[in-house]
Design a protein around this ligand. Structure first.
Ligand code: GLA
Length: 689
C-alpha cells in the first residue's frame, strides 16, 4: 500500500494524550508501551490550545518537549493530528459564526466536540492556518510517520444548519443547476407553490409545519451538500499539510459517519481511511429485525470501511468498557475479546491497529471510556492481552497488504442511503435487508464485500464477484444500470430486491415502468406493489419447494416471456398470492434476478444456496455458526481466519492446515477456545486449490 510505512507489516499503536498526564509519567508510559510491542502513538487531535492559546500566538513548546522524549525511543513513531475537532473557546467566542446550528437555527454553544460548521469562511481560514502551522513545524519531524485530519468528521452530528451553511448551499446549488428554473424543475417546486424567484429564498431545511413533509429532492441535495462540505473541508486541511509534509508520510482521517461519501473522500482528502472499532456497541445496541449477529456486527462495519479503503487502519480499537460521564453504554470486554476484536479487524483488512486508549482518563467527559490501563495505572489483564495479541500478529509477517477475499458483494450507494433516510419504509427496509444478508453470509461462512456504486464504478470493479446483491436501489441512473448490465453480460449474477429503479437521481419518479432503466436487463416490469404491514396476511413465496419469506414490501412482477424471463418463485400467500415473486433471465454469460420483496435471513440463505454462492470454502473447512470465517491473500499466501465469538467450540478441518499462531499441523476436529482465534494456512500445494 502507498504511504504505508506503518503498513508494511502489521503495526500496533495506542491513542495517547500527553496533555492529560503529568510530564513525569511520559517516560514510563513510553517504556511500558515499548515493552508491550506498541510502536505507534496518535496524539494531539483535541489540543488546539496547546498550539495557539491566543489568536495568532503560535507555540509548539509542549509537543516539542513530548516529541523530543519520543525521539529517544527510536521504535516508537507518532501519528500527529490536526486539532480542529475542538475549536478553542477564544475562537468560538470571537467568531460565533463558526458554530454549527440545529435545524431550528439555534446555534450550538461552545463545548463538547464538533460544534463547528464546515462553511464559515473564517473557520476554514483558521483551520487551514493551524494545519499549515503544524505541517510547517512538524512536517519533517523524524518521529512522525503520518497525520490524522481532525477527528471523526460528522461524528457528533451529521447535519449543519448554520447561516454559513445556508449561504454555501445556495452557491453549491448555483454550480449544480445554473439557473433557478433548473433548480425548481429538479426539486419539483411547482408542488405546494415552492417555486423560487430569487436565490435568496433558497435554504437548507428549516422548521416547517410538520417535519414529515420536507421536499424530498431538496433533502437529497442537502445531504449531498453536507458531504461535499465535509470533503472540501478535509481537503483544505490535506492541502495545507501537504505543502509541508513529505510524500512518504501519510495523511488519513478516522471513522465512518453519516452524510459523508467516503469513497469520494478517499483520494480527494486523505490517502487512506482509518476506522474506529468499538464492537461492544453491537452487543448493546442491536439494529435490524432479528437482533442476530450482534456479537460480530462490527464485521459488517469493517467490510464497509474496506469498501472505501481496501487496506486500512483502525485508529481506535476498543480495549475497555465504554461510556461517557452520563452513561455506560458498552460492557467491559471479557477475557479474550480484546484479542478477538483485534483479529476481527485484521481479518477484515486492517494492517494497523491502535487501541483507544493507553490509559483511562481520570477527569473529563470520558472518565468511563476505559482504555488498556485503568485509573490505578497498574499492569492488568488488558495490557497482558494486548501484549499477547501483538506477539501473535508478529507470527504473521506476510499479512500486511494481503487482500480480503470475497465472491459475493452487497451493493450500496449514497443516493439511496440518503434518500431512504427520511421515510419509514425504504430506509428501514434497506437496513433490514442488509442485516438479513449479513446474517446469511455470516452463518454460511460466505465471505463478502460491500461495494459502493458511484459514477466512476466500472463493470470491471464487480467482475471478481460471482454474486452481487443490490437490495433496494430505488434510485438507479441509466449509467449505473449500464454498468450492472455489463457485469451480468460478462458472467455475473445480479439480484435486485423490491422497489428497484423507480426513481431518477433527483429522486423523482419518471413515467415509465419500474425497474426503470434496468427493466430491459431484467426482462420484466413491476405491475404494482404494496407495503406489507403487520395487519396483512404474512406473505411468502416458494422456490422449488423452498420457502422464501417476502416481508415489508411486495411487488407484482410481470415477466416478459419474449425476453426469455423465467419465474422461479410465486407468492404463496399474502396480498398478491399466485403472482411472480422471483424471476431469472440469462443474459450473455450471466444472470439477473428480480425479487419482489424485502429480504429476510432465511430467504437470503436460500437464495445464496440456490445460486451456488454459499460456503465457498466448504471443501476445506466446516465451522459452526458461532464462528466467522474470513480469508486474506491468495494461493500459498492465503490465510484463513477463524474467529469464535462464543463459547469453546470445534471446527472441522478437511485438509492439513498449519495453525500459524502455534505452528501446529492440524486436520480433523479442532478446538477453538472461547473468544478464540485460529489463523490457518494450507501447505503450498493445497494452497493453490
Ligand atoms: C471516538 C473518538 C475518541 C473518543 C472515543 C471514545 O471514537 O474519536 O476521541 O472520544 O470515541 O468516546
Amino acid at each position: 500500500m502507498q504511504h504505508s510505512m506503518i503498513m508494511e507489516h502489521v503495526t500496533f499503536g495506542v491513542c495517547y494524550y500527553p496533555e492529560h498526564w503529568p510530564e513525569t509519567l511520559w517516560r514510563s508510559d513510553l517504556e511500558r508501551m515499548r515493552a508491550a510491542g506498541i510502536t505507534v502513538i496518535r496524539v494531539a487531535e483535541f489540543a488546539w490550545n496547546l498550539f495557539e492559546p491566543r489568536e495568532g500566538a503560535f507555540t509548539f513548546d509542549f509537543f516539542d518537549r513530548f516529541l523530543a522524549l519520543v525521539s529517544t525511543f527510536p521504535e516508537i513513531r507518532v501519528i500527529f493530528c490536526t486539532p480542529t475537532a475542538t475549536p478553542p473557546a477564544w475562537l468560538t467566542e470571537k467568531y460565533p459564526e463558526v458554530l454549527n446550528a440545529d435545524l431550528d437555527g439555534r446555534p450550538f454553544s461552545h463545548g463538547m466536540r464538533r460544534h463547528y460548521n464546515y462553511n464559515a469562511p473564517v473557520w476554514r481560514e483558521k483551520s487551514r492556518l493551524i494545519a499549515s502551522k503544524l505541517g510547517e513545524h512538524y512536517g519533517t519531524h523524524p518521529s512522525i510517520i503520518g497525520w490524522q485530519i481532525d477527528n471523526e468528521l460528522n461524528c457528533e452530528t451529521d447535519v449543519f444548519y448554520a447561516q454559513a451553511d445556508h449561504d454555501a448551499f445556495r452557491v453549491w446549488l448555483q454550480q449544480r443547476y445554473g439557473t433557478l428554473d433548473a433548480l425548481n424543475e429538479a426539486w419539483g417546486n411547482v408542488v405546494w407553490n415552492q417555486s423560487y424567484t430569487d436565490w435568496s429564498q433558497v435554504h437548507l431545511s428549516r422548521p416547517a409545519a410538520g417535519r414529515a413533509g420536507f421536499n424530498p429532492h431538496m433533502r437529497l441535495d442537502e445531504k449531498r451538500f453536507f458531504s461535499d462540505s465535509a470533503i472540501s473541508y478535509c481537503r483544505l486541511q490535506h492541502d495545507a499539510l501537504r505543502e509541508h509534509v513529505p510524500a512518504d508520510r501519510f495523511i488519513t482521517t478516522n471513522g465512518t459517519f453519516g452524510h459523508l461519501d467516503y469513497k469520494a473522500l478517499v483520494g480527494q482528502g486523505v490517502d487512506f481511511l482509518c476506522y474506529d472499532s468499538y464492537p461492544n456497541f453491537g452487543a448493546g445496541m442491536i439494529e435490524g429485525p432479528s437482533g442476530e449477529m450482534a456479537d460480530r456486527k462490527w464485521s459488517w462495519n469493517l467490510a464497509n470501511v474496506r469498501a472505501f479503503s481496501p487496506l486500512f487502519g483502525v485508529m481506535e480499537q476498543q480495549s475497555g468498557a465504554n461510556g461517557w460521564v452520563m452513561r455506560m453504554a458498552a460492557r467491559a470486554p471479557l477475557p479474550g475479546q480484546l484479542r478477538l476484536w483485534t483479529f476481527q479487524s485484521l481479518a477484515h483488512g486492517a494492517d494497523f491497529i491502535s487501541w483507544f486508549r493507553w490509559r483511562t482518563a481520570t477527569f473529563g467527559t470520558e472518565i468511563y471510556w476505559h482504555g488498556i490501563l485503568d485509573y490505578d495505572n497498574r499492569d492488568n489483564r488488558k495490557l497482558r492481552e494486548a501484549t499477547r495479541t501483538i506477539a501473535d500478529a508478529a507470527k504473521l509477517p506476510g499479512l500486511a497488504g494481503l487482500q480480503v477475499q470475497a465472491k459475493v458483494a452487497v451493493l450500496r450507494d449514497y443516493d439511496n442511503l440518503w434518500d431512504g433516510e427520511d421515510d419509514l419504509w425504504h430506509g428501514p427496509m434497506r437496513r433490514a435487508g442488509e442485516a438479513a444478508w449479513f446474517e446469511a453470509l455470516q452463518t454460511t461462512h460466505t465471505p463478502y464485500d460491500i461495494v459502493y456504486l458511484d459514477d466512476g464504478t466500472l463493470a470491471a470493479d464487480l467482475a471478481r464477484y460471482d454474486l452481487v446483491v443490490y437490495p433496494h436501489a430505488t434510485i438507479l441512473s441509466p449509467a449505473r444500470a449500464a454498468v450492472l448490465e455489463a457485469y451480468v453480460a460478462d458472467g455475473g449474477r445480479l439480484l435486485l430486491g423490491a422497489r428497484s429503479g423507480y426513481k431518477d437521481s433527483r429522486g423523482q419518479c419518471p413515467m415509465e415502468p419500474a425497474p426503470g432503466p434496468i427493466a430491459g436487463l431484467c426482462g420484466a416490469t413491476v405491475l404494482e406493489g404494496s407495503m406489507v404491514t403487520p395487519a396483512d396476511t404474512p406473505s411468502h413465496a416458494e422456490w422449488d419447494g423452498v420457502r422464501l419469506d417476502t416481508p415489508l414490501w411486495n411487488d407484482v412482477i410481470d415477466p416478459d416471456p419474449g425476453a426469455g424471463t423465467r419465474v422461479l418463485a410465486w407468492y404463496a400467500a399474502g396480498r398478491f398470492e399466485g403472482t411472480p415473486a422471483l424471476t431469472e433471465r440469462a443474459v450473455g454469460a450471466g444472470h439477473v434476478h428480480l425479487f419482489g420483496a424485502g429480504f429476510a435471513a432465511d430467504a437470503a440463505r436460500a437464495l445464496l444456496a440456490g445460486f451456488g454462492a454459499a460456503s465457498p470454502y466448504r471443501a476445506l473447512l466446516e465451522l459452526p455458526a458461532g464462528c466467522e470465517l474470513a480469508v486474506r491473500g491468495q494461493g500459498a499466501d492465503r490465510l484463513f481466519f477463524v474467529l469464535n465469538y462464543g463459547e469453546e467450540t470445534t471446527v472441522i478441518l478437511k485438509k492439513l492446515f498449519t495453525d500459524r499462531l502455534t505452528e501446529e499441523k492440524k486436520i480433523g476436529e479442532t478446538r477453538v477456545d472461547r473468544f478464540g482465534v485460529r489463523v490457518l494456512s494450507l501447505n503450498a500445494k493445497e494452497g493453490m486449490v
